[in-house]
Design a protein around this ligand. Sequence first.
Ligand SMILES: [Fe+2]
Length: 205
Amino acid sequence: MRRSAPSGRTPAKDYAALSLEDIVKTARANPNRAGVFNAAAQVWNHTFYWSSMKPGGGGEPPAGKLKDEIGKAFGDFAKFKTVFAAATVGQFASGWGWLAWDEKEKKLVIQATANAETPLGRGFKPILTIDVWEHAYYLDYQNRRPDYVNAVIERVHRKPTRPNNVLRNRDAAELRNRVDRHRLADAAHGPLLRHRRQAAARQQL
Ligand SMILES: [Fe+2]
C-alpha cells in the first residue's frame, strides 16, 4: 500500500505519473490539495477555453448529434445561446460558463462554476466553456460582461480539443494547433499583458 505523506497530503511525486485530468480528479477528492486542484483545473479550463473558439467560428452546428441534442435540451440553437449566455453572465464573481454532456442523464446541460471548479470528473463531459474571471474581459469590455460573453459565443469552435489530447499528442500538426491557440490566448488576454508590460516599464523609469 502507498504511504501517505505526514500531512495527509497526496505526495507530490504521485501526481507526476497522472494525466492532467486525473490530477484534477485526484486533487478535488483531497481537501488538503486545494492548491493543486486550483492550479491543475485552471490549466485544464483555460486550455479548453482557448480551443472553444476560433477566428471565423460561431454559427449553428451542422446537422448531427450535437444539433439534435441542442434541439432536445433547449428547443433550438437561438434559445441555447440565450440560456447559455444568461447562465454564464450570471455566474457571481469569478468562474466559468459551461455546456456539458450529463453522462448519467444522457443530455446536454448548462452549468456555471465558481473559481477553478469544472464539470470535469463530476459526471459531465465539457463541450464548451467561457472564462468569466474579470481578467478575461475587463480591459476590453469593462463591466459589460454580456457583450464579452456574446462575442465569445460568436467565435465558438464546435470541436474543442480536450487538454489531455493536446498534452499527450506531440505530432507536428498538433504542435501547430497549440501555437494557434497560444495566438488566440494572446488575442484574448492581450490587453492585460500590455497593461502589465506598461506597468513594469513605468516601474523601471
Ligand atoms: Fe482566465
